[in-house]
Design a protein around this ligand. Structure first.
Ligand code: COA
Ligand code: MG
Length: 285
C-alpha cells in the first residue's frame, strides 16, 4: 500500500470521485471528518455508495474510537458493506485492538462473513497512553493487524499543546518521538508502516519531499487527504529504475558467495544484500 486516501463518508461529491483517484487504498471516514450529527447519514451514504463500488482501490473504513459511543453502530453498519478491513483511531493500548477484534468476530458472523477475515489498521499515536505503551503491542497476538499509522494533530490536542510542527516545518520533539515509535513498532510487528498526512494539499512539491523522506526513513506508504496527493505519494513510494538497477548490481556483487564484497569502492555486507532483495521484492522483481 503506497497511498491511502481519506474520503469523508458523508460527502456525495467526494464519494463519487474516490474510485477514480488512483489510490492503492481508500479509507472512507466515519470519524473526525464527519460531524457528530452527520454520523447516521454518513453510514447510510457509504452503504449506498459501496453497494455499487467497482473501483480497484482497496476499501477500508475508519470507525470511531472506543470511547465515542459510535463504535458499535459503526461496526454493525460497516461490516456488511464488505470492506477489506477497518481503521481504528485513538487506540490507547493493545487491549483496544483486541476488544474491537472481538466485536468484529461477532459482526462478521452476523454479516455472513468468516470470523477473523477482516483486517485492521490502527492509528497508534493519538493518545499519550498509546505512545508510551507502543512496545506492548509487540507482545500481543494481533492477527488482524495489517498496518499502523501515526498522527500528530490528535496527540497535540490530547496534551493541550500547540502546532505539532516547528516554524521550519519539522516535527517538534514529542511528535518526532511518536513517529519513530510507530515506525519501529510497525517493523517489529511486520505490518505496513504508514506515514501521516501532509496537510498543505495545495503544495505538491512539499508533499513529494515529505513522502520521499518518509520512504527513506522506512515507511512503506502514506495517507492522503486530497486526490492531488495520490499520484505524488504513489511515485514517491515506487522505486525508480535507477534504484532497481542498483539493487540488481548489489545482488550481482554477491554472486561469488562471499558475505562481504566491494562495489564502486565501498564495502557491502549482508544488510545491503537484504535491502536490495527487499527493494526488488517490493516491485515484484
Ligand atoms: N476524496 C475524494 N474526493 C475529494 C477529496 C477526498 N479526500 N478531497 C477533495 N475531493 C474532490 C472534491 O470533491 C472536488 O471534486 P468535485 O469538484 O467533483 O466536487 C475535487 O476533489 C477538488 O477538490 P478541492 O476543491 O480542491 O478541495 P475541497 O476544498 O473540496 O476539499 C478538503 C478540501 C481538505 C476539505 C478535502 O480534500 C477533504 O475533505 N479531505 C479529506 C479530509 C479527511 O478525511 N480528514 C480526515 C483524515 S486526516
Ligand atoms: Mg484524527
Amino acid at each position: 500500500m503506497r497511498s491511502l486516501l481519506f474520503v469523508p463518508a458523508d460527502n456525495e461529491r467526494k464519494l463519487a470521485k474516490a474510485e477514480s483517484c488512483g489510490a492503492d487504498a481508500l479509507v472512507f471516514d466515519l470519524e473526525d471528518s464527519v460531524l457528530p450529527e452527520r454520523k447516521p447519514a454518513a453510514r447510510r451514504m457509504l452503504a449506498e455508495y459501496l453497494s455499487s463500488y467497482r473501483g480497484s482501490s482497496q476499501v477500508w473504513i475508519r470507525i470511531n474510537d472506543l470511547t465515542s459511543g459510535e463504535l458499535l453502530k459503526d461496526l454493525a453498519a460497516a461490516v456488511p458493506m464488505g470492506p477489506l478491513g477497518i481503521m481504528q483511531p485513538k487506540i490507547r493500548g493493545p487491549e483496544d485492538l483486541e476488544i474491537v477484534s472481538h466485536y468484529l468476530d461477532m459482526a462478521e458472523v452476523q454479516a455472513g462473513r468468516e470470523a477473523g477475515s477482516m483486517g485492521m489498521l490502527a492509528v497508534c499515536t493519538e493518545t499519550p497512553s498509546a505512545v508510551l505503551r507502543m512496545g506492548e503491542l509487540i507482545g500481543h497476538r494481533l492477527p488482524r493487524l495489517k498496518g499502523m499509522l501515526w498522527g500528530g494533530e490528535d496527540l497535540s490536542s490530547a496534551i493541550g499543546a500547540g502546532d505539532p510542527r516547528a516554524p521550519d516545518g519539522s516535527w517538534r520533539p514529542v511528535y518526532e518521538y511518536a513517529r519513530t515509535q510507530c515506525l519501529l513498532a510497525c517493523h517489529a510487528l511486520e505490518v505496513e508502516a504508514l506515514d501521516t498526512v501532509y496537510v498543505d494539499f495545495r503544495d505538491p512539491d512539499g508533499c513529494r519531499r515529505n513522502s520521499e523522506a518518509a520512504r527513506y526513513d522506512g515507511f512503506t506508504g502514506k495517507v492522503a487527504i486530497h486526490p492531488d496527493q495520490v499520484a505524488v505519494i504513489n511515485a514517491a513510494f515506487t522505486p525508480s529504475d535507477d534504484e532497481i538497477a542498483q539493487a540488481r548490481r548489489v545482488i550481482a556483487a554477491f554472486a561469488s558467495g562471499a558475505g562481504a564484497v566491494s562495489l564502486d569502492g565501498k564495502m557491502l555486507d549482508i544488510p545491503h544484500l537484504k535491502g536490495a532483495r527487499r527493494l526488488l521484492a517490493s516491485v515484484g522483481a
